[in-house]
Write a protein of this length. Structure first.
Length: 206
């Protein structure tokens, strides 16, 4: 019998696989409408590490695609990521929207040059950052509360009664949340290790 996958594996918790949950009366369509109408296609999603910014972007993209052509980019510390943005420059136009996940990775001078170039071409720009970046209104601010965290835990364990019945589940989850109160990504990584530890301690089947 095949070993069931770890429910906290990246394939289950990555943006796009684990949808963004909002505990307010809004919806993604309203957020997209605000981006175009209220903020004229120029805004930022702001929040700490692992609070759902990338997940929210992934969920918004199908709705954004109805109105604009998307040019999505995810920045890390690699200079090649920033180069890829500039290589798309010929495609920038009023009918395109650049999405830059991890905008704070850009150096200040590079960020300023990018803003000026995007404005000159009339393109739209949606970014994520840990703090409100200069020149952007805040479209949405992500955060993690315990109700949301518990909801996601139950969702991920919905097909794993063996793990839900573990006597130390509550203790492991509580310790992970205490270590990473604002970062669900790190919380899930801690729980991934907890599940792997259970596998190693399981008696070998005959």
């Amino acid at each position: 019998m095949l070993e069931p996958p770890n429910p906290f594996s990246t394939c289950f918790v990555r943006p796009g696989a684990l949808g963004y949950r909002r505990h307010d009366a809004g919806c993604l369509e309203k957020l997209v409408d605000d981006f175009f109408d209220r903020y004229c296609g120029w805004a930022a999603v702001v929040g700490p590490h692992g609070s759902g910014k990338s997940t929210l972007l992934a969920d918004c993209q199908p709705h954004l695609n109805r109105y604009t052509r998307l040019l999505p980019f995810r920045l890390s510390t690699s200079a090649r990521d920033a180069q890829a943005i500039w290589q798309s420059h010929p495609q920038w136009s009023p009918s395109t929207t650049l999405i830059i996940d991890g905008y704070e990775q850009l150096q200040p001078w590079s960020a300023w040059c990018l803003l000026q170039a995007v404005r000159r071409r009339g393109a739209k720009l949606l970014v994520t950052a840990h703090r409100k970046p200069w020149g952007f209104p805040t479209l949405w601010e992500t955060h993690v509360d315990e109700g949301l965290a518990a909801e996601l835990l139950h969702h991920l364990l919905r097909h794993r009664p063996d793990l839900r019945q573990q006597p130390d589940l509550e203790q492991a989850w509580g310790a992970a949340r205490q270590r990473h109160p604002s970062n669900l990504r790190e919380t899930f990584m801690s729980m991934y290790d907890w599940v792997e530890d259970k596998k190693q301690k399981r008696p070998a089947s005959r």
